[in-house]
Design a protein around this ligand. Structure first.
Ligand code: ADP
Ligand code: MG
Length: 321
């Protein structure tokens, strides 16, 4: 006999995004524990609001090292190593430029070229000194600022998954504003995989290009349509090119990464964004654990090998390459 199981949805607004949790049992204490954890981690990692451990590190730039908690230290360590990869478009010391552009926040504008030139030297990841013995972080130049905005959600999503597993929940769906965790499978008799929508850029918020089907995966999308402003017919979006200090500019509208760890999804969306489609596909060829879907400005949808997911196109404005 087949029975349709009930879905219980819980929501909250945290990290500036709507957070949605779907469970298959009526369990508001689990939902409360999840939202509490997200809030606690956000309080450690935000750079938009006092007090946070990260703000304390940034305030002490050029002055003295700051001791942070073990998890914050490990996240900073990871962010530094990814930032130091050859030709990395990920840079966790991009903070001064992010603050100057204020993209998606009140007062955003195109800064004068000289401002950008003056800020670029403050974004050298080598100038972050880490001491694993004491878990201390030192930004050696005054004015430097760490920004973990590109990986905080992924890190938090992985901790939420750990908590749900600890609480004995194997099947659940959680959306942390762009980072989706599809745990286990939907326990229905007919549906074997989770269907996750691939958003249609610059369209109605519910409009989809197609559907990705996954089991027990993280799905992270970064797109130029998420946070941007328009000036003189040009779009300025929130992923900056660490080399130029301007928004990354190439053929892409969005990159989606399907992986086990959401932090990897978050790191790779930024890295692949900077690489562009061709280089990304070559780079991913020997990384079966990381898969990606690229959406280009010419409305092509390009999928890496579909080992960990299935993609079905739904919108006739787009074409599968
Ligand atoms: P979102 O999920 O909010 O769209 P992303 O994961 O795409 O976020 O990361 C974008 C955020 O990361 C920006 O808002 C900024 O705080 C920060 N950022 C911007 N450019 C870079 C970069 N090149 N490297 C690392 N972080 C960046
Ligand atoms: Mg990211």
């Amino acid at each position: 006999m087949s029975s349709v199981e009930r879905v219980y949805s819980y929501s909250a607004v945290l990290m500036g995004s709507p957070i949605l949790l779907k469970l298959f049992e009526d369990n508001s204490s689990v939902a409360k524990a999840v939202f509490r954890l997200i809030k606690q981690l956000e309080d450690l990692l935000t750079v938009n609001r006092e007090p946070s451990q990260l703000m304390t590190v940034n305030h002490a730039a050029g002055k003295h090292p700051v001791v942070v908690s073990q998890p914050v230290f490990e996240l900073i360590q990871k962010a530094k190593s990814v930032s130091l990869l050859e030709n990395s478009s990920f840079n966790f010391t991009i903070g001064p430029l992010v603050k100057r552009w204020k993209i998606g926040f009140h007062g955003d504008s195109v800064p004068p070229q000289t401002d950008i030139q003056n800020l670029l030297p403050l974004t050298n990841p080598e100038n972050v000194e880490l001491d694993p013995q004491t878990c201390s972080v030192f930004l050696t130049q005054p004015g430097m600022e760490i920004d973990l905005g590109a990986i905080a959600k992924g890190y938090i999503a992985d901790r939420v998954r750990d908590l749900l597993h600890q609480l004995g929940i194997q099947n659940a769906l959680i959306n942390l504003g762009g980072n989706v965790l599809a745990l286990g499978a939907p326990p229905h008799s007919t549906q074997k995989a989770w269907g996750i929508g691939l958003k249609k850029p610059f369209a109605d918020p519910d409009a989809l290009i197609g559907i990705m089907e996954v089991n027990n995966k993280s799905v992270v999308t970064s797109g130029i349509y998420e946070r941007y402003f328009e000036k003189d017919g040009k779009i300025y979006h929130h992923i900056l090119d660490p080399k130029t200090g301007y928004p990354l500019d190439n053929e892409l509208l969005s990159v989606t990464v399907i992986s086990d760890q959401s932090i990897d999804g978050d790191i790779y969306t930024t890295l692949l964004y900077g690489m562009g489609v061709e280089n990304s596909l070559a780079y991913l060829a020997d990384k079966p654990e990381i898969e990606a879907i690229f959406v280009t400005k010419s409305h092509q949808v390009i999928c890496s090998s579909e080992r960990q997911y299935r993609f079905t196109l739904q919108d006739s404005d787009f074409h599968l390459a």
